[in-house]
Design a binder for this molecule. Structure first.
Ligand code: 5GP
Ligand code: MN
Length: 343
């Protein structure tokens, strides 16, 4: 069914933008291509409308996204908290992009909930809970970037979206669909891509900038993890990977280095559910992916204090790595029927 964006939401979006002077834009913690892409694209549109627009991110974002125009002026709250607070203090409008709950903004969450200006959230994660003046939430849409494009176009701002902003939008759509391998069956997505191409983007170059810029260490980390750490449980159609702090150190881990790694067990024939567990300083970060009907979002919400989408979610565990993996394995039995019946 064709997804239509509510006209009232479009009118409010236009109204808010027209009445704004100074805008702060925030993505979720651990910003990915969709989060950074949507923030940079919206900044581009706002600047072309002669608005003051600044992006404040909760923590750093991967190197492979730093070619996108405007990346160098993003303010990292972890490193520049004073500057970030100043931006919040002088802003009249806040945009929250690619997350559905202030809790997902890490240490920025108090600045978000305490913000006294106009708050807008544009997102595609199910079950938004944030308190905002305008909430544009469409979980059926591939990415926040695609949703933002639709809103910008419907609001009459397509001429304000230049080539650089179009590259940012394409980056988000491409990365959030695993290079068009999931959540990418809506013909509208490709009509939008046609319009981005008309804006002059070089999609092959963007692909190469994102996917073909591994450091040698990063690729060897993938190799190590797949060779030594991949566990495949054929009878449960599940696979998982894990990386300890020592292993990450051994391969000189940089933020973003494990991006995409979680998907590899799904490439094994018959596997429909997979996980990656990564040891952090005081918790274990979990990433879940699935194919078909198995809901990683429900699994992650229920057992790993997390959430996300049906086929891609994340969460965390306060247990040790060994205990986290034992918990994961022991839960799978409960889901055996669902896993066996997923396509
Ligand atoms: P990733 O596994 O790549 O970190 O995240 C996959 C998806 O799950 C993304 O849409 C991300 O926003 C969401 N996600 C990751 N970690 C968490 C978490 O701890 N809580 C919630 N609610 N969502 C998460
Ligand atoms: Mn997204």
């Amino acid at each position: 069914m064709k997804i239509e964006i509510n006209q009232f939401q479009i009118e409010s979006f236009v109204d808010i933008i027209q009445n704004s002077h100074s805008v702060v834009i925030v993505p979720h913690i651990g910003p990915d291509g969709d989060a950074i892409g949507s923030c940079l694209a919206l900044t581009g549109v706002l600047k072309s409308l002669h608005k003051e627009a600044k992006i404040v991110i909760p923590n750093e974002f991967p190197d492979f996204l730093q070619w996108i125009e405007g990346s160098d002026s993003v303010i990292d709250f972890e490193k520049q908290s004073k500057v970030a607070k100043g931006v919040f203090a002088s802003a009249d409008t806040l945009f929250c992009l690619d997350f559905n709950d202030f809790e997902r903004a890490g240490d920025l969450k108090n600045l978000l909930s305490g913000f006294s200006g106009t708050k807008v959230m544009i997102d595609h994660h199910p079950g938004p809970v944030a308190d905002c003046n305008l909430l544009i939430s469409y979980p059926e849409i591939s990415s926040t970037c695609e949703l933002l494009f639709r809103v910008v176009e419907a609001g009459g701002f397509l001429d304000n979206l230049d080539k650089a902003a179009s590259e940012a939008i394409y980056t988000g759509i491409m990365t959030d669909t695993g290079n068009f391998s999931y959540n990418a069956s809506d013909p509208e997505t490709y009509r939008i891509i046609a319009k981005l191409l008309e804006k002059g983007i070089d999609k092959d170059l963007i692909h190469s900038n994102i996917y073909h810029t591994f450091s040698e260490d990063r690729w060897r980390l993938f190799g190590h993890c797949l060779k030594e750490k991949m566990v495949i449980l054929h009878d449960l159609r599940t696979g998982y990977l894990s990386l300890s702090k020592e292993e990450l150190k051994q391969f000189n881990y940089q933020p973003g280095d494990t991006e995409g790694l979680v998907n590899y067990p799904l490439m094994v024939k018959g596997i429909v559910f997979c996980a990656l567990f990564m040891e952090k300083d005081d918790y274990v970060k979990a990433s879940f992916r699935s194919k078909g009907s198995f809901s990683t979002n429900e699994f992650s919400r229920k057992h790993f204090n997390g959430g996300g989408h049906t086929n891609a979610s994340g969460g965390n565990s306060n247990l040790s790595m060994t205990d986290t993996i034992a918990k994961f394995e022991s839960l799978l039995g409960e889901y055996k029927d669902e896993l066996l019946n997923s396509y």
